[in-house]
Design a protein around this ligand. Structure first.
Ligand SMILES: Cc1cc2nc3c(=O)[nH]c(=O)nc-3n(C[C@H](O)[C@H](O)[C@H](O)COP(=O)(O)O)c2cc1C
Length: 506
């Protein structure tokens, strides 16, 4: 049934109409917009493949910031959350798998798998853990190239279904900023890895043949300018390029199930969700805005800092995991000196080859302000850490003084994340908080509503507000292209509580 309006509509009446999402709108001047519900946004195939109601994903956030609580809340609401396994020991990841599996059963969930060029054994051990527990979906990120453990995960258990179709039970959603790496994920696994897996006895020759017909990842997230690791690409340019790649490689390989591309980076408002879907995104992925929610594994201190962030309050800073390679991550700048201090460490690392070569004044300053201890003491702690986690780092440091310098500096980069997550008193100036411009956009949009400030931010109402708002904006756009001129008051943010959302979506 379409409401037929007899008289011109004011902003409040228009808003009420737009948010009756299951009913088409018919305006007095003849303009009309169809029903549009959030569960219609994005790719139906994506929703079906992953058992989702909504094509909405909460991306992984390292050190358990992307917590089991987020994954569980998302899964229970018909959305997908990825646990942030990066930076955690395997025991913590194992405990999270048990917690999520017990809470969600068959409902959707996934875990993060990170490329770890510095710690290849850890990546391989993570894959074995996921295989052991039957984790069927990973978000693969930070890959500079494909790796053997990743291909092992994707191809394990591959078989033919009753209809003869190849079934790869383990699925990968790859998060990528660069076309050349995206092409590798959208292609079948390289023959050299399949041969190696056959030699190791992980695959039979028949399985290797089947594996050569499936993409490494059927789903790929185009990661634009985002919190954490990012190439700072604008979403407006990256997404169309990745969509074109999807279509080109699908035409080349003619995969049975097709390929899909989602959008991440800057997704924080109903308008950005609507825009991503209008541009053709099969799904959307958020990150920064979820860290600001109470379910995240971060601290209340950080949530408060995030709630006051504005659009330009982020900066690029050296990444702890790929420090020596000069890789950077996007972090919060407001309220912390981390970006500046970490950059200073990187400059010292570039200029000097050992702890002993550091100029006395610089050494004294960083010992006083950053490490709050002599560098020898920091090295002892670092050595003890790597003796457990990756002894080869210590062996290399014994031979290579510059590597030892890097490990000591990486202590600061690692601890600064830990201090932020723990809300360590007295260390606020060193908090490392990964965050993109999405946070400022969200704060601006939610200003003056109940989502203004950290107290009420919760991942499911945040996600549903973005989706419901995106559906309403999509309808508004359809009316506008027919000549409808909206009252400017209609642009004021409209945020609903969870019960209101549930009523709207019923
Ligand atoms: C605090 C934080 C930690 C993150 N850690 C990871 C990670 O460990 N692995 C990963 O794949 N992505 C990570 N990301 C990226 C997010 O999953 C997501 O792709 C990204 O934040 C989306 O962009 P946005 O920040 O603009 O929303 C992180 C993002 C944030 C904000």
């Amino acid at each position: 049934m379409s409401p037929q309006l007899a008289s011109p509509v004011d902003a409040a009446e228009m808003r009420a109409l737009l948010y009756q999402l299951g009913t088409s709108v018919q305006l007095p001047d003849g303009a009309a917009a169809p029903a549009c519900r959030p569960e219609q946004l994005g790719s139906a195939a994506f929703r079906q493949a992953h058992g989702l109601k909504y094509a909405y994903v909460a991306g992984a956030m390292a050190n358990g910031i992307g917590s089991a609580e987020i994954v569980i809340a998302m899964g229970q609401a018909g959305m997908l959350g990825f646990f942030g396994a990066g930076g955690l020991g395997l025991e913590r990841v194992e405990a999270a798998i048990q917690q999520v599996q017990a809470a969600l059963g068959d409902k959707p969930y996934g875990f993060n798998l990170l490329h770890a060029p510095n710690e290849p054994d850890h990546e391989a051990a993570t894959v074995e853990l996921y295989l052991k527990y039957g984790v069927k979906l990973v978000e693969a990120a930070a890959y500079l190239d494909l790796t053997l453990p990743l291909v092992r995960y994707r191809t394990a258990g591959i078989h033919r279904g009753p209809d003869g179709q190849v079934v790869a039970p383990n699925r990968v959603i790859a998060k990528i900023s660069r076309v050349e790496i995206a092409s590798k994920f959208f292609s079948p696994p390289p023959a050299k890895y399949l041969q190696e897996l056959v030699q190791r006895g992980d695959l039979t020759p028949e399985q290797a043949e089947m594996a050569a017909t499936v993409p490494v990842a059927q789903d790929l997230t185009a990661e634009a300018d985002s919190g954490g690791h990012t190439d700072n690409r604008p979403a407006l340019t990256l997404l169309p390029t990745m969509l074109a790649l999807r279509d080109r490689l699908q035409a080349q390989f003619a995969y049975a199930g097709g390929l899909r591309v989602g959008a991440a980076g800057g997704i924080a408002t109903p308008a950005s969700v609507a825009a991503a879907f209008a541009m053709g995104a099969d799904f959307v992925v958020t990150g920064s805005i979820n860290q600001a929610c109470h379910e995240s594994g971060s601290s209340d201190d950080v949530r408060k800092m995030l709630a006051s962030a504005q659009q330009a309050d982020t900066a690029m800073a050296p990444a702890g995991d790929m420090f020596e390679m000069g890789v950077k991550v996007q972090v919060l700048k407001r309220g912390t000196l981390f970006a500046m201090r970490a950059q200073k460490l990187y400059e010292l690392y570039r200029a000097y080859d050992s702890l002993e070569a550091l100029p006395a004044a610089d050494r004294e300053k960083i010992e006083r302000d950053l490490f709050k201890a002599p560098l020898e003491t920091i090295w002892e702690q670092t050595e003890a850490y790597f003796a457990k986690r990756d002894p080869r780092q210590n062996e290399r440091a014994a031979r290579d003084a510059k590597h030892k310098l890097a490990l000591v500096f990486r202590w600061y980069l690692g601890q600064s994340s830990r201090w932020a997550n723990a809300g360590e008193p007295g260390r606020q100036a060193d908090y490392q908080v990964w965050c993109g411009p999405a946070m400022g956009a969200f704060n601006e949009w939610s200003r003056g509503t109940f989502l203004d400030g950290p107290a009420q931010r919760s991942v499911v109402p945040v996600a549903l507000n973005l989706l419901v708002g995106a559906a309403a904006l999509t309808r508004l756009h359809i009316l506008k292209i027919q000549g409808f001129r909206p009252d400017p008051l209609l642009a004021a943010p409209f945020v609903m509580t969870l019960p209101e959302l549930e009523a709207c979506l019923a």
